[in-house]
Design a binder for this molecule. Structure first.
Ligand code: AMP
Ligand code: MG
Length: 423
């Protein structure tokens, strides 16, 4: 990896330039390992999955009733059939049926050879003659009805899932239905997380007069754990160049990525960038967006080799979450093998005027709803300061106002990013 794509001088990068630069800097996906199916949910599939069987395996009954071998003569108004056996789920009839013969069958049981039609029990009448049954309304019986064909869901040899998808509960069921007990997934990423700041105080401790409780480490850990990462929690770093440099270097020896918050502006206590420059390379650090303008990205070169991506996120709690969602998340997902990921975006109409500025992207916290006509509307959560974390709690989406847009009028369309599986 090189930082050459960052040779953009000191000017501010747009959000799109930042995303492109970060995509170019993303390390290749981590190794893969085999895990039991029961522990694979949430992981990213590392192989294409081809079905070893037909699903369903056998052509089978879709209802309880009789499986019938279609008679040679078209059934008349008084249709009677010979019942030559029973097939319950889990059993098979070893013999085949002659035209006009039937077996009693339960839902899911394999049709005997020769049978092609299932008549449901509600249409069957006992007529007091053993092994003979009458079918009511025979004119309604269509040849081939109520039968599920072998392989109609998935055919043997079919590619069912592609490498790079994140496994959800329905994938677990699908893999199990194909008989897989283990599956190859990308191993979890190890991500080291620090907070920085002399004022930042761990929850549980008494709050000093000029202190603030450490918020960011906990929202970041929540985001990371939902992405399936293993978290290396390295606590709170003081605003001190030496300890920051040593801690970043130590973290990079253990982790696939290092993420800090705070200390990346241009204040006199902002040591993250100098610390990074001492042990690696600083890439970009100013992005035309709000919240989240001061964000440092770079590469740490730990002693012993390798290159570890580093994100120095801003200090304000909303800015931390927004920049994580926009920039850290895509890189983590790619490193986990989820190559095609994009945030989901919808268009909604602004329920109120929205403030913005040209030449930067604004991410407001929003609440979107649908009206009776199916139209989405979005309003903001109110005050949008980057320290007002309650705005993230109330919101169900981010409103993304692009850098070509100075303001949004009420009733105008805007892009929203609905909160997804992380938030
Ligand atoms: P900084 O960029 O370090 O000056 O941080 C910007 C603002 O975010 C300051 O008001 C900090 O007190 C606050 N801040 C920094 N880190 C945290 C944290 N971990 N939790 C809550 N607030 C923080
Ligand atoms: Mg600070």
């Amino acid at each position: 990896m090189t930082l050459s794509c960052f040779e953009l001088g000191e000017r501010m990068l747009s959000v799109d330039e930042t995303l492109d630069a970060l995509a170019a800097m993303t390390p290749p996906p981590v190794d893969t390992h085999r895990v039991s199916l029961a522990s694979a949910c949430g992981g990213v599939l590392a192989v294409d999955v081809v079905s070893p069987i037909d699903v369903p395996q056998n052509t089978n009954a879709a209802m309880d009733g009789i499986a019938l071998a279609w008679p040679d003569e078209v059934p008349g108004s008084d249709m009677r059939v010979d019942v030559v056996g029973d097939v319950l789920a889990g059993t098979r009839l070893p013999t085949s049926l002659a035209p006009g013969e039937a077996v009693r069958i339960t839902t899911g049981a394999p049709l005997p050879v020769g049978a092609d039609t299932v008549v449901m029990s509600e249409q069957l009448v006992e007529i007091g003659i053993p092994d003979r049954i009458r079918v009511e309304h025979p004119e309604r019986v269509k040849r081939g009805q109520n039968v599920r064909q072998a392989g109609e869901d998935i055919a043997r040899g079919q590619r069912v899932l592609g490498a790079g998808i994140r496994l959800r509960p329905q994938h677990m069921g699908l893999l199990a239905s194909l008989g897989y007990a283990e599956i190859e997934v990308f191993r979890p990423l190890r991500v080291a997380v620090f907070s920085t700041g002399d004022e930042v105080t761990a929850p549980g401790e008494a709050l000093p007069p000029a202190g603030i409780y450490d918020t960011n480490r906990f929202s970041l850990q929540g985001l990371l754990s939902r992405l399936g990462c293993e978290i290396i929690d390295l606590g709170i770093l003081q605003d001190d160049l030496d300890s920051m440099r040593a801690s970043l270097a130590a973290a990079a020896r253990e982790a696939d990525m290092v993420v800090t918050s705070g200390g990346v502006s241009v204040g006199q206590a902002d040591w993250v960038k100098p610390a990074l420059t001492a042990i690696g390379e600083l890439g970009l650090w100013r992005i035309a967006m709000r919240p989240g303008r001061p964000l440092a990205f770079g590469l740490i070169h730990p002693t012993g080799g390798g290159t570890v991506p580093f994100f120095g996120l801003p200090g304000n709690p909303v800015a931390v979450m927004v920049t994580f969602l926009q920039f850290v998340q895509p890189m983590l997902r790619r490193m986990q093998g989820e190559h095609d990921w994009q945030p989901s975006r919808l268009t909604a109409l602004a329920a109120e005027p929205l403030k913005s500025r040209e030449e930067r992207v604004d991410f407001h916290r929003g609440v979107y709803t649908g009206d009776d006509a199916g139209q989405l509307w979005v309003r903001t959560t109110g005050r949008q300061g980057s320290g007002i974390l309650s705005s993230m709690v109330v919101a169900n989406c981010l409103i993304e106002i692009g850098d070509g847009c100075a303001a949004v009028e009420a009733g105008a369309p805007v892009t929203i990013q609905p909160f997804g599986d992380l938030t």
